[in-house]
Design a protein around this ligand. Structure first.
Ligand code: FES
Length: 114
């Protein structure tokens, strides 16, 4: 499964869901435990740039987590290296393709990329 592949409906039905809010869009979607923020966004038709296809090789999927950082997997060294190149980097920045949902509500906004 590629980094930007979305989960098939039968897999979505098997997993627990959680609210994922895009505050800049005023939208909350039902995301699944174990999918990345990028996968959840794409599954719901929310566009997040992802030039490398979700493989931690760019920083175009930059998001800024406003609430629920503890409900995402911990940032890894390769993600930190990529985030260094992100426009508008903050202490709450993540890459949507690397931040995997663990099971609680998360609120974020899509980061600037230019
Ligand atoms: S899509 Fe390239 S780092 Fe996330």
């Amino acid at each position: 499964m590629a980094g930007d592949d979305i989960l098939p409906p039968e897999e979505v039905a098997r997993r627990a869901s959680l609210p994922l809010t895009f505050s800049d869009l005023g939208r909350t979607v039902a995301a699944c435990v174990g999918e990345s923020v990028l996968q959840a966004a794409l599954r719901h038709g929310i566009h997040i740039e992802h030039s490398c296809g979700g493989f931690c090789a760019c920083s175009t999927c930059h998001v800024i987590v406003e609430e629920g950082m503890e409900h995402l997997t911990e940032v890894q060294d390769d993600e930190l290296d990529r985030l260094d190149t992100a426009v508008g980097l903050t202490l709450r920045s993540r890459l949507a393709c690397q931040a995997v949902l663990l099971g609680g509500p998360v609120t974020l906004r899509i980061g600037p990329h230019r």
